[in-house]
Design a binder for this molecule. Structure first.
Ligand code: SF4
Ligand code: SF4
Length: 415
């Protein structure tokens, strides 16, 4: 690595050094309380896969360039140089961490390893060493926002094609559109993912509730967030924010996608609309008697709390209430809620493929699912659903994995 690149990376590092980050980098006592908390370490017990092990690489670079000790006494061996080898170690640390923040629950100082990994991810972008697939996907999302007209006709045609599948789940009231598009003044903007299975059940539920809604032209997934690139993250989110403001909606309901929910809810500032996870809307419809369901799931069912919606988003009870309205044999996994084990697919790992690593690093999750004795598992995050399906196959768990919205759509009844 040449001196100019090293200086550029040092400058990038410095942009991340706000007071919270300095605190995280300066207060770790190496007590080790976070080590066992990480599903990756638990499944692959190497210190580089522990929370403190990952952060230590960043901390040593911080000591070298931003603390007096590293500048005057580098021979103490507690510092490392910013070079190509260090960048490879950054990649290994950052892209084996799902950003689940379970370790933070165990740290006496609340040190946020996901935030520290944000430094590694930013410097990897600076060094042009980030996962290129994520960059490509993020840039495609941004380009779509810059020229929405180009994809408009194709999008409208695709939506019209799936309307019969919505009707098969719930007959839309006469005079109403099955999947409303671009409706100014609608109460709810529903932001889905690209696959039709993220639209069909939600449309049926919204129609059953006789809600005033419209479907977003943009997909919720935010590859910029996976990359730790705040500029790309904001550009992707801004497409939806601008659309919600243009249509003057009161609520933006985010599809079952943990990262998309957390980005819109917590990381994009204040908005003139409220942001909810779609499950919160389902729970509201049920409580208010706007939709009715039958308990058509007799098999033992368990629930996976997605890290970004539960531990990091605070949504714990609404999914459980919804499940209580559709299933008669619910069994919690242990631990659950804020202590739940990450599925192992977050942080961009599912999008990047990484099947072998995802399976090896999530053995503890597979064990947890197996211990529940459930034949079915549902969740409210597409990433988690993919990862749990892969885990079920890899570890031969024999568990059927479902989206909670899909289960609800198939349990809808007329009162
Ligand atoms: S955020 Fe999750 S994956 Fe990353 S170190 Fe902490 S526990 Fe492990
Ligand atoms: S629990 Fe906190 S203080 Fe202890 S080693 Fe982990 S990050 Fe450091």
């Amino acid at each position: 690595m040449d001196a100019a690149t090293q200086d550029m990376l040092k400058n990038l590092f410095e942009t991340k050094l706000n007071s919270a980050m300095r605190l995280y980098l300066e207060t770790c006592t190496h007590c080790g309380a976070c080590v066992e908390a990480c599903h990756v370490y638990n499944s692959m017990p190497e210190m580089r896969y522990s929370s403190v092990g990952r952060s230590e690489i960043i901390r040593k670079v911080f000591l070298k360039y931003f603390k007096l000790q590293g500048k005057i006494a580098p021979w103490l061996g507690e510092t490392i140089e910013l070079d190509d080898v260090t960048m490879d170690r950054f990649y290994d640390a950052a892209y084996s961490c799902t950003g689940c923040r379970r370790c933070m629950m165990y740290c006496p100082f609340g040190i946020d390893t996901q935030m520290i990994m944000g430094i590694a991810k930013l410097l990897l972008i600076g060094a042009d060493k980030e996962p290129k697939l994520l960059t490509m996907l993020a840039d495609m999302s941004i380009a779509k926002g810059e020229d929405a007209e180009a994809s408009k006709a194709g999008f409208e045609e695709a939506i019209a094609n799936i309307e019969p599948e919505v009707e098969a789940l719930w007959k839309t009231a006469p005079g109403k559109k099955t999947i409303p598009l671009n409706v100014e003044g609608a109460d709810i903007l529903y932001v889905a993912l690209s696959p039709k299975h993220s639209i069909i059940p939600a449309a049926a539920i919204l129609n059953a509730a006789d809600a005033s809604w419209t479907l977003s032209s943009f997909e919720a997934v935010n590859f910029g967030a996976f990359m730790g690139d705040s500029k790309r993250m904001m550009a992707i989110a801004q497409r939806i924010i601008a659309e919600a403001e243009r249509l003057k909606v009161k609520t933006v309901a985010i599809v079952e996608c943990g990262t998309a929910y957390r980005v819109m809810k917590q990381q994009t500032g204040k908005h003139p609309f409220e942001v909810v996870a779609f499950v919160e809307l389902i729970a509201k419809f049920l409580r208010e008697g706007k939709i009715h369901t039958t308990k058509n799931i007799a098999e033992k069912l368990t629930y996976h709390d997605p890290c970004q919606v539960a531990r990091n988003g605070g949504v714990y009870e609404d999914p459980r209430y919804v499940i209580s309205q559709i299933a008669s044999d619910f069994k919690e996994m242990t631990p659950n809620r804020e202590m739940n084990w990450c599925c192992g697919g977050g942080g961009g790992l599912v999008a990047m493929g990484e099947l072998e690593f995802r399976m090896k690093s999530s053995r503890v999750k597979a064990d947890q699912v197996k211990a529940s004795g459930a034949g079915r598992i549902c969740t409210i995050c597409e990433n988690c659903q993919t990862q749990l399906t892969d885990l079920s196959e890899h570890y031969e768990l024999g568990v059927q994995v479902d989206s909670l919205a899909n289960l609800v759509a198939h349990a809808l009844i007329q009162e």
